[in-house]
Ligand binder design. Structure first.
Ligand code: GLU
Length: 293
């Protein structure tokens, strides 16, 4: 029997249409595209639009326009997350049947009040790598009757993962393979630094973490190339992949392009927006040079 040919590498660029693409997105898109072409692989585009209030059709159109102008081409059809909520619901149901998710009822304001009350005694409430307070224990400690009662009362709720329980179930140290510059090849993954993360929001039937791992698996992504801002989130993605029996891509986190104030670019920062730079008369080659390629 002849050996089957090795699988082609599959790369993806996965922007959210909630603002204009900026230089940081251009770097990610170029890297994914160039690495796919250089390896004889495939380049996919995914629209991460689960946030139906912030994502708009206009921003999505601008993504296609900017990427086309930059000289990139991608396979059709484009996967739009808003068309696949069922897939994320199914995954959440599986985790629920494993006893790994629970409903959470505290609003952002209530969490803040909880943390402030705790910190008035001079103690520090634990925070995640982005600086947000870890979610308090209260909802995890509720019994089923209480949960059912609150849901029946119509209280808005999200679903969070019981990360400690999930880690105990996995029962081993997790890691990921990294090819980004300046990182060791194998990175130990500790999802507990994020506390009990949201897997399904009160206003959307999924979350970034859940949909990204489902889509990377369904689209057969072999290489995830994205900004360093998502480096520590990879630990959560590895845990979800392990729990759901999904394949593990290789990760490559690239440096972030920072603004003149040294801070990460935001989507509202007009001066580094691709469309604004195009209107100023810059060419795609200039954008490549500015992002260091
Ligand atoms: N949608 C995410 C963003 O726009 C990127 C997700 C990823 O590459 O994993 O920041």
């Amino acid at each position: 029997m002849p050996n089957s040919p090795p699988e082609k590498p599959v790369y993806r660029f996965a922007p959210s249409p909630n603002g204009f693409l900026h230089l940081g997105h251009a770097l990610s898109a170029f890297l994914n595209h160039d690495m796919a072409k250089a390896s004889g692989g495939r380049f996919l585009l995914r629209i991460e639009d689960i946030d139906l209030t912030r994502c708009t059709a206009e921003f999505e159109e601008m993504i296609y326009r900017d990427l086309t102008w930059l000289g990139l081409d991608w396979e059709m059809p484009v996967r739009r997350q808003s068309e696949h909520f069922d897939a994320y619901r199914d995954a959440l149901d599986r985790l629920r049947s494993m006893g790994l998710v629970y409903p959470t009822f505290l609003t952002r304001g209530e969490v803040k009040a909880h943390v402030t009350a705790y910190e008035t005694n001079g103690k520090n409430w634990p925070r995640d790598p982005d600086g947000s307070p870890l979610y308090p224990d209260d909802d995890r400690l509720r019994n089923e009757a209480e949960r059912a009662h609150l849901i029946a009362k119509g209280i808005k709720h999200a679903w969070r993962m019981d990360v400690m329980k999930a880690m105990a179930l996995v029962g081993k140290q997790l890691s990921w393979q990294e090819t980004g510059t300046g990182h060791p090849e194998t990175i130990p993954a500790d999802p507990t630094i994020w506390g009990d993360v949201i897997l399904s929001r009160s206003d959307a039937p999924s979350s970034y973490h859940l949909s990204v791992v489902i889509d990377d698996a369904l689209q057969g992504i072999t290489h995830v190339v994205r900004g360093e801002d998502l480096y520590t989130a990879t630990a959560i993605h590895r845990l979800l992949q392990e729990l759901l029996g999904l394949p593990e891509p290789v990760y490559h986190h690239h440096q972030l392009i920072v603004g003149s104030d040294g801070r990460k670019l935001s989507k509202s920062e007009g001066s580094t927006g691709i469309a604004a730079l195009r209107d100023e008369g810059l060419l795609p080659g200039d954008i490549r040079r500015i992002v260091g390629l």
